[in-house]
Write a protein that binds this ligand. Structure first.
Ligand SMILES: [Zn+2]
Length: 78
């Protein structure tokens, strides 16, 4: 499926389902999430000028607050 660069929880769920992955919290197992977008600057070995920015979508578990992040570009490949 075509997933947007700014997917909703439902879009993310669909894209993962196509990979036989069920979106569930890795800590408490619940399946209710909210979405937080974040572009995280990679730390560590900055090579040369500037820093690499990896666009991610983060989902926050509505139950325990655990945050999981997904590199959306990876899901857009298939
Ligand atoms: Zn949880």
């Amino acid at each position: 499926m075509r997933i947007s660069g700014h997917p909703s929880v439902e879009e993310l769920r669909q894209a993962l389902r196509e990979k036989d992955v069920r979106l569930a919290c890795t800590v408490c197992g619940r399946t209710e999430f909210s979405v937080e977008e974040a572009a995280i600057l990679s730390g560590g070995s900055a090579q040369g000028y500037g820093a690499h920015r990896l666009p991610r979508t983060q989902v926050v578990c509505e139950n325990c607050g655990h945050v999981m992040s997904f590199a959306v570009a990876k899901l857009q490949e298939s």
